[in-house]
Design a binder for this molecule. Structure first.
Ligand code: SF4
Length: 411
C-alpha cells in the first residue's frame, strides 16, 4: 500500500480553514437562542477542517475522532479525552489524493475522510476509531496507519449476534482494548467512578436529543429538519458538557416556540445513518412539502435511551449496546427490518417513506430491499434518492420529491 500512494511532503491542504473558534469554544456557550446556535453550527459545518477539534487541540485537549456509526464515546470522555464525530469532509472538500488509494465505487465519506488525513486535515486528532460497520470502514482502518501515520487508529468490533451469551463479554473485552488505545493516545487511566459519571452526562445528552426529536413530531413541529439536524450534529463536535447546556437552552425555548402552520406530508427519512446529506438537501425535503417526523441521521446519540444500571460501568455500557433496539443497516437483524419500519410509521403517523441513501453504501442499500417488501405489503408509498457529499445540483431530486408529495396529497 505504501507504493500505491507515495506522499513525500504533505500535499497542499485540501481545504483552507474558514472558521476560527476560541479555545474554550465560548461561542457556543454564548449562543442564547436556537437561531444563534443553528447559525453557528451551519458555519462550523461549512468548514471541512473540523474547527471545534482544532480549537480544542490548541487548548491542549486530546481529541479522538469517531467514525460513524457507533463508538462508546463515554469511554474517551471518562479518560479525559474529547470524542469528536468524524463525518467526512462534506460538500466543501475537494478530493485530489484519496482516489488513488480507494476504489471508484465507494461512498464519499470514506474518500473525504482519507483525503483529510492525507492533506493534514486531521492533525487535531490524536486517535481515530473505525467501528467495523462495513468493508469500507474496515479497510479505512487498515489504510490509515500506513498512509496517515502519527495517530492511534483502532478498529472497534461490534457483535452482530445479540442472542448469544458471548456477546456481552466479547464487547466488554473490546471496550477494554479501546481504552488501552485511548491510553496510548494520552488518556488518563479509566476508572469506574469516571466512567459512571461520563455515562450520566451522556444520558443527559441523550435525553436532550430525544426532546429535540419530539419537537419534530405532533401537529405543529417547532423545529425545521435542518435546525434539528444542526443542533444534533453539534452534539458530536463540541464537548458534551457544552452541548447538554445548549440542549437545555433549546428545550426551554421550544416550550413556547411556534413555526407557521404549513400543509405538509409526514414522512420518515430512512438511510442516512453514516454519510450525511448536505443541509441544502435536507432543506429541500421540507421546501417541497415533506414534514420529516423521524429520521436516521446521526444515530450515535440514539442507540439506547439511557445506560441501564447493574454491573460495572463497562458492562452497563456494553449491555446498552447489545440490548439496543436499533435496527439499521449496520446491525445484522434482517428478520426484524420490516417490523421495525412499520412500527416507526405507526409511532409517528408518517404517510410515506423517503429513502435517502449514500451512493455505494451497501448496508443502507441492502436495508432498502427489506424495508420495501414490508411497505409494499401495507401499500405505503416511498421514494428512493441517492446522494453524495459533494452533490450540488438537486433539480432532479426536487422534481421526484414534488411528484412524490403530490401523489400522496391527492391520493
Ligand atoms: S456510508 Fe455506508 S459504505 Fe460508506 S462507510 Fe458508511 S456504512 Fe460503510
Amino acid at each position: 500500500m505504501g507504493g500505491l500512494l507515495s506522499l513525500g511532503n504533505l500535499p497542499e491542504p485540501a481545504a483552507t480553514p474558514s472558521v476560527e473558534l476560541s479555545e474554550d469554544l465560548g461561542e457556543f456557550a454564548r449562543a442564547a437562542t436556537i437561531e444563534e446556535m443553528v447559525r453557528l453550527g451551519r458555519e462550523v459545518l461549512s468548514d471541512p477542517t473540523y474547527p471545534t477539534a482544532r480549537a480544542l487541540a490548541r487548548a491542549g485537549r486530546g481529541v479522538v475522532g469517531c467514525f460513524p456509526v457507533y463508538t462508546p464515546q463515554e469511554i474517551a470522555h471518562a479518560m479525559g479525552l474529547v470524542p469528536v464525530a468524524l463525518h467526512g469532509g462534506g460538500e466543501n472538500l475537494e478530493i485530489n489524493h484519496a482516489d488513488a488509494a480507494l476504489g471508484s465505487f465507494l461512498c464519499s465519506i470514506s474518500k473525504s475522510t482519507l483525503e483529510l488525513g492525507l492533506t493534514g486535515g486531521l492533525e487535531a486528532f490524536r486517535a481515530v476509531v473505525f467501528p467495523y460497520i462495513c468493508d469500507v470502514s474496515r479497510n479505512l482502518e487498515g489504510i490509515f496507519p500506513r498512509l496517515v501515520p502519527g495517530r492511534e487508529t483502532f478498529m472497534l468490533h461490534l457483535p452482530q449476534n445479540f442472542h448469544t451469551p458471548a456477546a456481552l463479554p466479547f464487547l466488554v473485552h473490546e471496550y477494554s482494548r479501546l481504552a488501552e488505545r485511548f491510553r496510548a493516545a494520552g488518556g488518563s487511566p479509566l476508572t469506574e467512578e469516571a466512567l459512571a459519571s461520563s455515562i450520566e452526562l451522556f444520558d443527559l445528552q441523550r435525553a436532550g436529543i430525544r426532546r429535540l426529536l419530539s419537537a419534530k413530531q405532533g401537529e405543529r413541529p417547532s423545529l425545521s429538519l435542518s435546525e434539528s439536524y444542526v443542533l444534533r450534529r453539534l452534539g458530536g463536535l463540541v464537548p458534551r458538557e457544552l452541548h447538554v447546556a445548549m440542549l437545555e437552552r433549546a428545550a426551554s425555548e421550544l416550550e413556547h416556540r411556534a413555526r407557521p402552520a404549513r400543509d405538509a406530508i409526514k414522512v420518515l427519512l430512512v438511510g442516512p445513518f453514516c454519510e450525511q446529506p448536505t443541509l441544502e438537501l435536507l432543506d429541500l425535503l421540507e421546501q417541497v412539502g415533506c414534514e420529516v417526523v423521524d429520521d436516521d441521521l446521526l444515530q450515535a446519540h440514539r442507540w439506547y435511551p439511557s445506560v441501564p444500571p447493574g454491573g460495572s460501568a463497562l458492562e452497563r455500557l456494553a449491555r446498552a449496546y447489545v440490548d439496543s433496539r436499533m435496527d439499521i443497516g449496520v446491525r445484522a437483524t434482517p428478520t426484524t427490518k420490516g417490523e421495525a419500519i412499520l412500527s416507526r410509521l405507526d409511532a409517528t403517523g408518517a404517510k410515506g417513506v423517503v429513502f435517502l441513501t449514500a451512493k455505494f453504501c451497501e448496508p443502507a442499500l441492502e436495508d432498502v430491499v427489506l424495508y420495501r417488501q414490508a411497505l409494499d405489503r401495507r401499500k405505503v408509498p416511498y421514494l428512493h434518492l441517492e446522494f453524495e457529499e459533494r452533490s450540488t445540483a438537486y433539480e432532479q431530486a426536487r422534481l421526484q420529491l414534488e411528484t412524490f408529495v403530490e401523489s400522496i396529497m391527492f391520493d
